[in-house]
Design a protein. Structure first.
Length: 266
């Protein structure tokens, strides 16, 4: 089992410590076959800013004029059995190195290549902003097609005794979050092991229909979605979805089509 950890932090500190807890828990469960954990520190890689040329959208990602480490990361994402997104809160958002990578992978929101791949997000903060960062990472993981199995949020001074701010450490908070980490680690691990595809929620169905709208403006996206059989499907894969969710997806799709037709007529 190969787990890729995308580290947005430039330091081996709080996010890294949470990942080591997860690593230990998984290795306890998987003693017969040791799991490989690969930590990718985005700050240490050569990832240039997006130039906004849109070649990846209209001609394909291979036409990107930038030669850096992005292709290496892409291959690691595809080869991984599971992905963990890790970022501290910087100015109420993910770190700059993490954002730079996501911007360069914008085409994955148009042509999702990680459909069904289990993912977990970890956000650490000294105080606030964790909700906004978690929401953004959720959008990214789901936009790339991942199966988001859980999100961990940690207020570091309340969780880590060795933080240097011992007066803020709360045993009750630590116990609660530690149990949450154990629960979400188990879910993440079992999802990878079982290779089961999840029943999408309303958010995933909303994202699926929203991303499909890109096929109206890009022939490349249209051909990609057509090759996958997604143009007229309810979701990325055939799975039993409730009537309410099907109606919700159909409603979203009709609104998008109506707005597109209206734009075309103006």
């Amino acid at each position: 089992m190969n787990i890729l950890i995308l580290m947005g932090s430039p330091r081996k500190k709080d996010g890294y410590s949470v990942c080591k807890l997860i690593e230990n828990k998984i290795n306890e469960r998987n003693q017969r076959n040791q799991t490989k954990f690969e930590y990718v520190y985005l700050k240490s890689l050569n990832i240039e800013d997006c130039r906004g040329c849109s070649l990846c959208f209209h001609k394909g990602e291979n036409y990107c004029p930038i030669e850096d480490d992005l292709k290496t990361i892409k291959q690691k994402l595809i080869n991984a059995d599971g992905i963990i997104f890790v970022s501290p809160v910087y100015a109420c958002q993910i770190t700059g190195s993490f954002k730079r990578m996501i911007e360069r992978f914008s085409y994955l929101f148009h042509r999702p290549e990680l459909v069904g791949k289990p993912a977990l997000t970890i956000v650490t903060t000294a105080g606030g902003g964790q909700k906004a960062v978690t929401k953004y990472l959720k959008m990214t993981a789901c936009g790339w097609g991942c199966n988001l199995t859980g999100s961990i949020e940690i207020i570091s001074p309340m969780f880590f005794k060795e933080d240097g701010n011992n007066r803020l450490f709360k045993k009750k908070y630590f116990d609660k979050k530690y149990k949450n980490i154990e629960k979400l680690t188990t879910n993440f691990y079992e999802t990878i092991q079982s290779k089961r595809l999840p029943v999408p929620g309303f958010y995933e169905i909303y994202m699926f229909n929203g991303l499909r709208s890109k096929t109206y403006t890009s022939m490349l996206d249209y051909k990609y979605w057509d090759s996958k059989g997604w143009l007229d499907s309810t979701y990325y894969y055939d799975i039993n979805i409730s009537k309410v969710k099907k109606l919700f997806g159909s409603f979203i799709n009709k609104i998008i089509k109506y707005m597109w037709e209206k734009m075309q007529s103006e």
